[in-house]
Design a protein around this ligand. Structure first.
Ligand SMILES: [Zn+2]
Length: 262
């Protein structure tokens, strides 16, 4: 009896440890537009639920994302609506929101003199954010940008550049969201944003409660998706299984004097 009580005590201790594994950890996710977070929303909810400090940074104001059904014209009104939607979505996930007001499409239409200073300011903001938070892990877009969207790719580049540019004084793990190539049927789509399954070595499983939180947060983005579209996206996610796949940035550990040594 004593032995079994001791075993139960040990088990409870281990379970307690497992539940607390994310305690004290800080996760930062950085994406381009309000609603981009939906890509990884279940695992943001999961880590917040498990006790990690989760921060979500959204770079742009989404002012160009006008949808006919919503009746909100592109511009300041839409940017204001999307800011509110983003607050709603972050609250449903239980994460801290940092919503910058960089111009949707990062002033690409204004050419070099409009775009480059805008993106340099963003780079400084992201660097300051990493400095302030000193996260243990960062998630952003990989080179495919999830959909090949130029803003997505620039955000992924910006975060990666910040990560690579200096010694942050601690080990930060950098992850790129990836869509497994095996899940994309269309050849053209697979070329645009598929990532070979074997590179997606970080597979994060989530619970039904996280799925539900992600669904609720997606429902906040009312200016972007009709109710039918939202429910379709939610059911598509259910079919894909309760796992989010990521590619970890693996830093080199050894010096080399050859391109071809193995
Ligand atoms: Zn986007």
């Amino acid at each position: 009896m004593k032995q079994s009580l001791r075993t139960v005590g040990l088990l409870l201790l281990l379970i307690g440890h497992a539940a607390l594994a994310e305690d004290g950890m800080t996760l930062l996710a950085v994406f381009a537009h309000p609603d981009d977070e939906s890509t990884v929303a279940p695992i943001l909810a999961k880590y917040a639920r498990e006790g990690a400090e989760v921060h979500l940074a959204i770079a742009t104001d989404g002012r160009y994302g006008a949808q006919d059904f919503a009746g909100i014209p592109a511009g300041d009104d839409l940017a204001a609506a999307r800011d509110e939607e983003m607050k709603c979505a972050a609250a449903k996930l239980g994460v801290n929101l940092v919503h910058y007001d960089y111009h949707d499409q990062l002033r690409a239409a204004e050419g070099y003199d409009g775009h480059v200073p805008h993106v340099r300011a963003l780079l400084k903001d992201v660097s300051d954010l990493v400095e302030a938070l000193r996260p243990d892990a960062i998630i952003t877009w990989g080179p495919d940008g999830g959909s090949n969207h130029m803003d997505h790719r620039i955000i992924g580049d910006t975060v990666t550049g910040v990560f690579l540019g200096r010694d942050w004084g601690k080990d930060i793990s950098l992850y790129f969201y990836g869509t497994p190539a095996s899940l994309i049927e269309d050849d053209d789509a697979r070329m645009r944003y598929g990532v070979l399954d074997r590179y997606l070595t970080t597979a994060i499983a989530y619970e039904p409660a996280d799925f539900d939180a992600a669904a609720e947060s997606l429902r906040c983005h009312k200016s972007q998706f009709t109710e039918e579209a939202i429910e379709r996206m939610i059911s598509n996610r259910k079919e894909r299984g309760a796992t989010i796949y990521l590619r970890k940035f693996e830093p080199p550990h050894e010096q080399s004097d050859s391109l071809f040594k193995r």
